[in-house]
Ligand binder design. Structure first.
Ligand code: SF4
Length: 356
């Protein structure tokens, strides 16, 4: 297990972030917040996928006024994402939001920030200072800045100080750039200066394919160094995918568990069943099973042949190794019975459900 950096704990509507608490998984809606019903519908899908904190963008007062309605209809803490206008942050606080994310690069004067901090303090809600490389006022041309990581951290610390000067310490920080190297360096540098919890992410990471890889590499490096208290994977996709990817990143590092892991072989000329289709169907079916007992990680093996299959999947709780149009079901290394190819998914799914 990786040694995690000791950070301060903040409370986001009942979800504790920092101080060694489980790394919380966040996402952001891509509906129009003015359409509160569509927003609630998407948040419910994200809740079902295991999202623990959800952020909505609040670009105008109508969106801010919808916060109360949205909050009433969902079960996870709600964060308001505010740009340009501190009054939207103040209205969101009035409507009961659980946390604010402000981008200090575009929120305006120090006085305006101080005004909203005063309200956040009264409401006991945390603020995330979300510094984004793309919108740094301090750096006129970020692309030609030599030390980009240093510029991000400088901007973050300046705004942390404004909050600290208001005697406000319920802070989380993010320092996002779209390239992995700058982001990793920035988080490392920030962690050497302050112990506020950090929200990790690689911004504008891209499509499901590219974004998943870029986020996994970037977040993986930082998490393995003990950095990060909450993560958001940014994908140009349905946000449910962000949650699924986030869990897999954390599960790969042993930092969280979804309760299930599928071990499958890459297939080769020995494979005589449609293993790729079977594994896709099994993954899709498993993602719909709500497993509350995530402490126990069930390993299911789906292997292409009996020659190497069971041996390669020794650590699995149970699994199937393929023959011609059928497979041998094994459990804890022992052979149980034969299962026809078209019944594999159903069988493995029912065994999983029984074991949780
Ligand atoms: S388990 Fe069998 S089918 Fe799958 S890759 Fe290994 S040898 Fe090939």
């Amino acid at each position: 297990m990786f040694t995690r950096k000791e950070t301060k704990v903040i409370n986001v509507g009942g979800v504790k972030i920092g101080g060694g608490n489980p790394i919380a998984i966040q996402s952001m809606t891509n509906t129009n917040t003015r359409d509160w019903k569509a927003t609630v519908k998407q948040i419910k899908q994200l809740q079902d996928a295991g999202c623990e904190i959800i952020r909505v963008s609040v670009p105008d007062i109508e969106c801010a006024k919808n916060i109360k309605l949205i909050k009433k209809n969902i079960k996870i803490p709600l964060v308001a994402d505010i740009h340009f206008d501190h009054r939207l942050a103040i209205e969101s606080i009035k409507q009961g939001v659980d946390k604010l994310r402000i981008n200090p690069g575009n929120i305006g004067s120090k006085e305006k920030v101080m005004e909203l901090v005063k309200e956040a303090k009264k409401a006991h809600i945390p603020i995330r200072i979300g510094v984004n490389a793309g919108s740094l006022k301090e750096v006129h041309d970020f692309s030609t800045t030599k030390d980009k990581a240093k510029a991000l951290v400088k901007a973050a610390i300046e705004h942390v100080k404004i909050l600290e000067d208001c005697d406000f310490g319920d802070i989380a920080v993010s320092l996002k750039a779209s390239d992995v190297e700058t982001t990793v360096e920035a988080y490392k540098l920030f962690a050497s200066k302050r112990n506020y919890p950090t929200h990790l992410g690689i911004t504008e990471a891209g499509s499901i394919f590219r974004g998943t890889i870029k986020s996994s590499v970037g977040l993986g490096i930082m998490l393995a160094q003990g950095l990060g208290d909450t993560i958001r994977v940014s994908l140009t996709a349905n946000p449910v995918e962000e949650v699924r990817v986030a869990y897999q990143i954390l599960q790969s590092l042993g930092l969280r568990s979804t309760g299930v892991e599928v071990i499958s072989c890459p297939t080769c000329s020995r494979t005589k069943v449609n293993l790729i289709k079977i594994v896709d169907e099994l993954e899709a079916a498993l993602s719909k099973v709500h497993n509350k007992n995530t402490k126990k990680n069930i390993k299911i093996a789906v292997m292409g042949c009996v020659v190497n299959g069971p041996g390669e999947a020794k650590e699995a709780d149970f699994g199937i190794a393929g023959g011609i149009g059928e497979g041998i079901l094994f459990q804890k290394g022992k052979i149980i019975c034969k299962v026809p190819e078209d019944k594999w998914v159903k069988k493995l799914l029912s065994m999983y459900k029984k074991s949780i």
